[in-house]
Design a binder for this molecule. Structure first.
Ligand SMILES: *[C@@H]1O[C@H](CO)[C@@H](O)[C@H](O)[C@H]1NC(C)=O
Ligand SMILES: *[C@@H]1O[C@H](CO)[C@@H](O)[C@H](O)[C@H]1NC(C)=O
Ligand SMILES: *[C@@H]1O[C@H](CO)[C@@H](O)[C@H](O)[C@H]1NC(C)=O
Length: 370
């Protein structure tokens, strides 16, 4: 079983190769049948997921997933406003210090206005992650004119939290910024728990620096991005009050304290989140940043960045738009056609190193007439 079924655990790439050969004793034959049965089940499930057509049910399958939980009312969790303790929750670990006047210590104050790009890509990345920035600069970040439209990108950084390596790192980042002119660094502490601050300073920056830009996309550094398909979609998209991406609706708030995205009833009494676009990649028209920043004054800044943007959108009374089917993909699918990378807009990769390889495949597919 172990030998033959190892195939079930290896990455999908290896599955495209042949099955391992097993000696044919009656016992191995029996095991093979069990293996094939399991393979069949796995493939059937994957096929279901792959062909799933409704965005509401095509839930991402990896750690990004905010799981759809069964109706929790039987757990005696009866969320209501009255369950908020009277104490001030602003110091709570579930909120970030925002609104607050953060300052950019590395900036590109005139570039966006001068270039007037059609689309700006905003990429949150940790200060020390030079490698991810370089991979993006040599893959989708180097596409500066697509379908006649000007595209530009900026990396969003906070302050490094590693005290001991702070000085040399800040000097490296300064050099990198002088060389590439694509770094925006603000003076909040860069941490996973502070991503909401990063997103909000992004909206602040966009609203004041890009007067002649139509769209922006917030996109994580471990994403594959097909800018050609993105621009093609945007050329037909609404110009105002528009936000799209992988839109989740009616997702239950995670009340399990071991979850990465745990929110207790005391911090967030509603049982479901408002509709929101998954944070790994969402696109919006450039009239939204100013409105979202304004809304943030009235909406408590919960640490889950994409949920917070959804809360601000609800405060504004704005709804999100589903993208055309199959363009925003949360994980590399188990089965991929030979033109997969030319057919999507985004796909979440395992890490940003994978991007370099995927990019080569993407270019091969483009050249082969996909
Ligand atoms: C959850 O259950 C409660 C009570 O049974 C019901 O009122 C509510 O509509 C249910 N919510 C969903 C999303 O099914
Ligand atoms: C978030 O940033 C603020 C401002 O820099 C800082 O005071 C706070 O400690 C940071 N929180 C975390 C969890 O990193
Ligand atoms: C805005 O950008 C377009 C092209 O991207 C350009 O033709 C136009 O002159 C720009 N307008 C301003 C006010 O910069």
């Amino acid at each position: 079983m172990a030998l033959c079924c190892e195939i079930l655990l290896v990455p999908s790439k290896m599955l495209e190769n042949s099955l391992p050969k097993c000696k044919k004793t009656p016992w191995t034959r029996a095991r093979r049948w069990v293996c094939f049965l399991m393979l069949f089940l796995v493939m059937g499930t994957s096929a279901l997921i792959f062909y799933n057509s409704s965005p509401q049910v095509s839930w991402p399958l990896n750690v990004w997933t905010i799981k759809l939980l069964p109706n929790q009312s039987h757990n005696n969790v009866t969320p209501s406003v009255s369950s908020i303790p009277p104490a001030d929750l602003s110091q709570s670990e579930y909120f970030v210090p925002y609104p607050h006047q953060y300052h950019f210590i590395l900036d590109e104050p005139n570039k966006c206005q001068q270039e007037s790009p059609f689309l700006v890509l905003m990429i949150p990345v940790a200060p020390h992650n030079r490698e991810a920035r370089d991979i993006i600069r040599s893959t989708w970040g180097k596409e500066i004119r697509v379908l006649g439209q000007v595209i530009s990108h900026y990396f969003l950084l906070g302050l490094s939290k590693e005290e001991h390596e702070k000085k040399p790192l800040e000097e490296e980042i300064l050099k990198e910024s002088q060389r590439h002119h694509d770094i925006l660094q603000s003076d909040f502490l860069d941490s996973y728990r502070n991503l909401t601050i990063k997103t909000m300073v992004m909206f602040e920056w966009l609203s004041s620096h890009c007067p002649n830009t139509s769209y922006a996309m917030k996109v994580d550094s471990d994403m594959f991005l097909n800018i050609h398909n993105l621009v093609n979609m945007l050329l037909k998209a609404p110009r105002h009050l528009y936000m799209t991406g992988q839109v989740l609706r009616g997702v239950y708030v995670l009340r399990d304290s071991t979850s990465k995205w745990f929110l207790p009833v005391s911090a967030f009494p509603e049982s479901t989140y408002p509709s929101y676009a998954l944070g790994m990649g969402y696109v919006f028209s450039l009239d939204l940043p100013k409105k979202i920043v304004e809304a943030s004054a009235h909406v408590k800044a919960v640490y889950i960045e994409d949920v917070y943007v959804g809360l601000c959108m609800r405060h504004l009374g704005l709804s999100l738009t589903d993208p055309p089917h199959g363009l925003f993909i949360a994980t590399i699918p188990f089965f991929r056609g030979s033109c997969y990378w030319t057919s999507v807009i985004t796909t979440l990769l395992e890490n940003s190193n994978q991007l370099a390889n995927v990019w080569i495949t993407y270019q091969t597919q483009t050249q082969s007439g996909c």
